[in-house]
Design a protein around this ligand. Structure first.
Ligand SMILES: [Zn+2]
Ligand SMILES: [Zn+2]
Length: 102
């Protein structure tokens, strides 16, 4: 379920505010969060459960399992159940599984 079609930034903020931004970027500072929240409000009643359900995920179909299988996420190798993007897992391990006894 990865969206592999390439999006090209066109020099204007993709939140639709019309601001001109650095070429190669999609958003003015912080506007990605605004756009995300706006989409949530418009399409999903600002509800994450609704967002998940719309995409077929929920308590019976784990979105995090799907992220691991299809989205390039990783599971914490220490088996604590944490999942996240590789960088997040690295951070998580550093925070929660190391330098306890250093
Ligand atoms: Zn904007
Ligand atoms: Zn862990």
């Amino acid at each position: 379920m990865t969206s592999n079609h390439r999006l090209i930034p066109n020099g204007f903020c993709w939140c639709g505010c019309g601001r001109e931004i650095t070429l190669g970027k999609f958003f003015a500072q912080g506007h990605d969060k605004v756009a995300e929240a706006a989409l949530m409000a418009v399409r999903y009643e600002a509800s994450v459960p609704r967002l998940l359900a719309e995409h077929g995920f929920g308590p019976d179909k784990s979105v995090t399992d799907a992220a691991v299988n299809e989205g390039g996420w990783e599971k914490c190798p220490r088996g604590c159940g944490y999942v996240g993007a590789p960088a997040s897992v690295t951070n998580h391990i550093r925070k929660h599984h190391t330098n306890k006894e250093s």
